[in-house]
Every structure is written in C-alpha cells, then in structure tokens.
Write a protein that binds this ligand. Structure first.
Ligand code: MYA
Length: 434
C-alpha cells in the first residue's frame, strides 16, 4: 500500500495502485476469467480485515439501492460505551496531546513533518505548520481528548497520532453531528504492525463518549467505501521552481521562458471591491456561504462561530477575500484558500514547496472564473508556488480555463456509520477537509 493521501503530489500520471477499481475484461465468460474473478473476490474479501468489522459501506453492498440511507448502526446507550482505552502493544502508551502546550505542539509538528503523507514517488511530504495544526484542531466546541497520541513507554517519544474535531455535516436534509478525523500518522519505523486500527478504535470510543456516532474523513487509499473520489488540480504560480524540483515538467515544445509567460498573472485583482475578509464580515459571509452550500448533497452546516474560526484570515494559515459592491456595499462573492507547504525531499536548491489549497468559494455576482483568477493573483503576490484545487463544488467550471493541470493525487471521501445510497458526483460534494 502506498502512503499517499492526497498530493503533496506532482501532476504526473497516476501509477495504477488500485486494482480494486479496475474494470473486468470485456469477455469474462472464459474459465480463466471466472477463476480469476473468484480469486479476486477472495482476495478482496480478505483485503480489509479491520474495515470489514466497521459500520461503513462495504464493497459487497455497493450498488444495493435497497439499503436505506442514514446511520448504519443505531447509537448505543452511553453507559455501554467502553470506559477504558483500548490496549496498545506493551511498549506503547496513550497520551492526550494538549495543542495549547508549545512543547506538545512541537512534538506533533515533528512527528508529522517526518512521517506524514508523501506523494507516490516520495518527493514531497506535507509539512503542516504549528499554527495550522492549532487552528485545525481547536475549532468551536473541540475536545482535547480527541487529540490522541501514542508514546513509547521508555523514551516517551511520540510515535503516532490521530485526531478528531466536531462538525455539523449536512447530508441532504439531515444535519448530523460528526467528528472529522484527520492526521492519522504512525512513525515510519512502526508501520504495518496494525497500530492504525487500534488508534481508529480509540478515537471512535472517545467520540462515542461525547454521544457522537458519525464521522467524515478523507484518504488517498481506497477503503470501504468512498462516497466520492476527487481529483487534485494544480495551477503553477512559480513554474520555474516547480519544474526545478520535479513537481512539474516542461511541456512538449515548450521553453522555460514560454512556460513562465504562459502562467504569468496580472499584478492586481481585477474585481472592483475585492478585499480581504474582516471580522465585521462574518454575518454576511455566513449568509452567503450557507445559501451557497445548501445546493450540495454533503456540506458543512456552518454558523457564524464556525465561519469566524474557519474563514477569518489567519496569517500563513487561511486567506479569505470577498467582493463588496462599491455601490450597495453588499457582500456578493467570496473565495478562500489555506496554506499547506510540503517539504521537498532531497533537492539541493529548495526545501519547501509553498502551496495554497482552494477552500470555500462563492460567486453570486462576480463570475467564478474571474473570482478565482483574483484568488490566483493574490496567492501569487503572497509568494505561493502552486495553487491546488479539488474538482468539488463548481470548481470544474474554472480549472481548465485558469490553466490548472490534473494531478496524480486522488482523494477519497468517507463517512463512518452513515450510508449514502449511491456514490456522489464530485460536483455534488460541498465539503473540503484539511
Ligand atoms: S488520512 C492520512 C493517513 N496518513 C498517512 O497517510 C500518513 C503516512 N502513513 C501512515 O502514517 C500509516 O501508513 C497509516 C497506517 C497510519 C496511515 N485511513 O497500522 P497498520 C488501514 C484509514 O498495519 P500502517 C487520515 O488521516 C488499512 O486499510 N485506514 O497500517 C484520515 C488496514 O486496515 P484493513 C487506513 O501503514 C484517517 C490497516 O489500516 C489508512 O502502519 C481516517 C493497517 O493498519 C487510512 N489512511 O498505518 C481514519 N491507511 O486491513 C478512519 C491504512 O482493514 C477514521 N489504513 O485494510 C474512521 C472514523 C473514526 C471515528 C468514528 C466516530 C464515530
């Protein structure tokens, strides 16, 4: 299994590491093919020893529209939730990571910096900043007990991590209290020892203790069963560096100077009234965003507190801009991106790739294409090397035209203990996880 979650990745062809998704050969009636199908199905059946035991959509049920949408298992009485933590292998112990502590935050930062998600070719690794981690892990109503670490008992070294934060997620007409699970990481030297299932069970237990029974998460690996599979697209802002570090390649019949010219952007945003979001804008942005997100099948149910936390600009973490009509002073459009650098592994000249990730964007008056071009312009001015976006919401409408190229990163979205009858189109998804 590769460790790829989503890209730090480079926009190259994706090596096929997902045989599960391969279609059957056209003529499937020969004995050879029947035997192969049987073997495949046996290996598939054995494939997910842990996930088979969990209340998630199972591969065998895919396409069975007779199964109802909604919770797969009912909640159990809180008194029946296991009160003690799960057992870890004896050299390890649980720790709750207090992200307010500078020391703990440093330990988490270093564990992830050295062991978290890499692209398939191990050229880049996510390098979430400490400020970003504090922001991502302390939204309104967060639970410290959901920031779970594993230490080696003797050295006290932090060797694994998993987190949850609370969120209200709307699925069609239902707003469901969920945990968003992220930052699952096991030290490279402790891989393939089945630590991850114990960590997932432990975070599940702690979420249950708060009377929450559903979760949302993303991963670069195929597990039972994605609600949708998105693709990352990349827009070069600093093409020379991207080519130098192997993130992208010079196109056929292209020179470096033609490439630089191709990706050049104006110095200033084009839209009159385009400005940075401020605290006073929270009510208007919340209205705009709630109204916009209501059209998607799955989206967060943001209130003003959430918008203040998740979207008010925070230096080097999240940037948000809006369009205030110069005439009416109405807030008509909004765009945002978060900052997630990647370490560049083994390059002589560069150690960090500065990437912006498209977050939530809403257009009512300014065409989305123009709004996103303005987002690219401000990202370029802030010295980002690349602007990444998933093909969620209405993003497909601007990707090609604004010179984004498809990447090799696929991102699968999952719900825990909540069945969706059919997989969604990516454009039906209104949720971006960090
Ligand atoms: S996605 C980011 C994941 N992190 C990385 O990719 C960083 C680099 N990799 C690692 O640190 C390790 O390889 C990890 C696995 C820790 C990923 N999500 O311990 P193992 C299953 C879910 O021997 P290791 C993110 O953070 C695998 O299929 N399951 O493996 C969201 C197998 O199970 P099965 C995963 O490689 C996380 C088992 O683990 C993932 O040493 C959402 C093998 O365990 C994955 N990304 O460690 C978590 N990768 O046999 C789920 C492997 O059945 C949350 N596995 O196939 C669910 C909701 C919980 C809350 C519910 C509340 C109600």
């Amino acid at each position: 299994m590769t460790d790829n979650n989503s890209p730090p990745g480079s926009p190259k062809v994706n090596p096929d590491h997902n045989s599960e998704a391969n279609p059957l050969p056209k003529d499937d009636s020969s004995l050879e093919n029947i035997v192969r199908r049987f073997q495949d199905s046996m290996s598939l059946a054995k494939k997910h020893k842990f996930w088979e035991t969990q209340p998630v959509g199972q591969f065998k049920d895919a396409g069975d529209t007779s199964l109802p949408e909604g919770p797969i298992e009912p909640p159990t009485p809180l008194s029946e939730v296991k009160q003690e933590p799960y057992n870890l292998p004896s050299p390890y112990e649980w720790t709750t990571c207090d992200m307010d502590s500078e020391e703990t935050c440093n330990e988490v930062y270093n564990l992830l910096k050295n062991n978290y998600v890499e692209d398939d070719e191990n050229m880049f690794r996510f390098n979430y900043s400490k400020e970003f981690l504090r922001w991502a892990l302390r939204p309104p109503g967060y639970c410290k007990s959901w920031h779970i670490g594993v230490r080696a008992k003797t050295s006290k070294k932090l060797v694994a991590f998993i987190t949850g934060v609370p969120a209200r997620i709307r699925v069609r007409d239902e707003v469901v209290k969920m945990a968003e699970i992220n930052f699952l990481c096991v030290h490279k030297k402790l891989r393939s020892k089945r630590l991850a299932p114990v960590m997932i069970k432990e975070v599940t237990r702690r979420v249950h203790l708060e009377n929450i029974w559903q979760a949302a998460y993303t991963a670069g690996v195929v597990l039972p069963t994605p609600i949708t599979t998105c693709q990352y697209w990349h827009r070069s802002l600093n093409p020379k560096k991207l080519i130098d570090v192997g993130f992208s390649r010079l196109g056929p019949r292209m020179t470096m100077s033609r490439t630089i010219k191709l990706y050049k952007l104006p110095d200033q945003p084009a839209t009159p009234g385009f400005r940075k979001m401020e605290l006073r804008d929270v009510p208007a942005v919340t209205r705009l965003l709630r109204n916009y997100l209501s059209q998607f099948v799955v989206s967060p149910d943001f209130d003003e507190n959430d918008v203040e936390h998740w979207l008010l600009p925070t230096e080097d973490v999240v940037d948000s801009y809006l369009v205030e009509s110069p005439k009416t002073h109405d807030i008509t459009d909004f765009c945002s991106f978060y900052t997630l650098p990647s370490s560049i592994l083994g390059n002589q000249n560069y150690s960090i790739l500065k990437a912006a990730y498209s977050y939530y964007n809403v257009s009512t008056k300014t065409p989305l294409l123009q709004l996103m071009n303005d987002a690219l312009i401000v990202a370029k001015k802030k010295d980002f090397d690349v602007f990444n976006a998933l093909d969620v919401m209405h993003n497909e409408s601007f990707l090609k035209e604004l010179k984004f190229g498809p990447g090799d990163g696929q991102l699968h979205y999952y719900l825990y203990n909540y069945r969706i009858r059919n997989a969604l189109r990516t454009s039906e998804l209104g949720l971006v996880l960090l």
